[in-house]
Each structure stands twice: as C-alpha cells, then as structure tokens.
Design a binder for this molecule. Structure first.
Ligand SMILES: [Zn+2]
Ligand SMILES: [Zn+2]
Length: 205
C-alpha cells in the first residue's frame, strides 16, 4: 500500500507530513516532482533526474483526473488540445483538439509551455506584483487556458501575494479577484484532486 505525503527538505533533513492516516507497516512515499506541473514536465523531469518514464495513473490520464493541467488552446478554434497518449515520450506523438480535431505534435506543445514559462520569468513581468501577473494571464489567455498548469502556478502565486497583504488595505478589485480565485475553488479542487495522485515510482510492467 502506498501512503502519500507532503515533503519538506531542510539541509540534510526531510520532513514528511501525512495526507491521510498511515496504518502500521505501510510503505511511505513522497513525490519527486511538483504537484501543479503538467504531465510532460513531470515526466521529463523524472526521466532526466531519476531515469524512468513515470506510468502512474495521473500520467496515464489525458485529463489528469479532470484538471486538464497539460492541455493547451487550439490556435484554430480555441478548443482544448490534449494528448492522445500521454505516456508516449515521442516529440512527434499526436495531441488533438477536442473541437476541430486539428493535430499538433507533442514537441510543439512542450515548446509552447517552455516559451511561456520563459516569458513569465523575463524582466517584463514583476512576479512580486499581482497586477503584473494578472496582465501576464490576460495577454497570453489565447494560448494559455485558465486550467493549464502554468496558469495555475500564476494563479497560486497571485493568491499567495494577495494573502500576504492585509485585507483592510486591499482594494476592492483585488479582494474580488482573490474571492473569485478562491471561492470558485479552482485551486482548492485541483490540489485536493491531485494530493493523493503524485508521480511516485516507476511501474514495472
Ligand atoms: Zn481546434
Ligand atoms: Zn506519474
């Protein structure tokens, strides 16, 4: 039985926080990746750092349990572009739009994510300023759907920045945005959904 945890590394110590009750003599596991990363980024990271292609239930599910963290926006119709087989590491593996069926190679989707990630980390955007991050999401909304992992990372950063401000000095617009992000429970639902579905170990066929 695998038991899932949240893990904190500090110097030479590892602290594990259980996310569910742990029966005696159980195996304890920890994720090797970031929970909000999309499947291509998680699998690539695991391949490069741990030398295995993860084949866990989350990686095998094109929707990642309905969170759609990997999926991009179709440049033709705005539909959702999802991998036909998320476990295929070939850059030519087919991703397809759910509306117009337009096919896109996996490598092109990965390049788009890398390009947007690089853009987010450029000097153009102040990642300590929620307004700047909001503008980033708005400017790239045609390529970066709200439910893409990179958009979720930005949304989480915005919520954390808002949380750090005192509520009584926040402008109404910011309060409304924070309320929207939180009360829509988008991030909460995703984190709850994924908490017990980390990439955790290679599966021996
Ligand atoms: Zn399309
Ligand atoms: Zn996995």
């Amino acid at each position: 039985m695998m038991i899932f945890t949240n893990t904190i590394f500090f110097r030479q110590d590892i602290t594990l926080y259980a996310t569910r009750d742990i029966p005696g003599d159980s195996v304890i596991s920890a994720t090797y990746t970031h929970t909000l990363w999309d499947t291509p980024r998680r699998r690539d990271h695991l391949w490069r750092s741990k030398c295995f292609w993860c084949r866990c239930r989350r990686c095998a599910d094109p929707s990642e349990f309905g969170t759609w963290l990997s999926c991009g926006a179709c440049p033709g119709c705005g539909g959702r572009v999802a991998p036909a087989d998320p476990l295929d590491p070939d850059p030519e593996a087919e991703w397809r739009c759910d509306k117009c069926s337009r096919a896109t190679p996996a490598g092109e989707m990965a390049r788009l994510t890398a390009e947007l990630s690089g853009e987010l980390r450029s000097a153009r955007w102040d990642r300590a300023d929620p307004d700047s991050l909001e503008r980033f999401l708005k400017e790239h909304a045609h390529r970066l759907p709200d439910d893409h992992s990179l958009a979720r990372e930005v949304q989480q950063a915005i919520v954390n920045l808002y949380r750090a401000k005192l509520a009584d000095i926040m402008e109404n617009g910011q309060l409304l945005r924070k309320s929207f992000l939180c009360e829509m429970r988008q991030l909460h639902i995703i984190l709850h959904c994924l908490r017990h579905h980390f990439c955790f170990s290679p599966v021996i066929p």
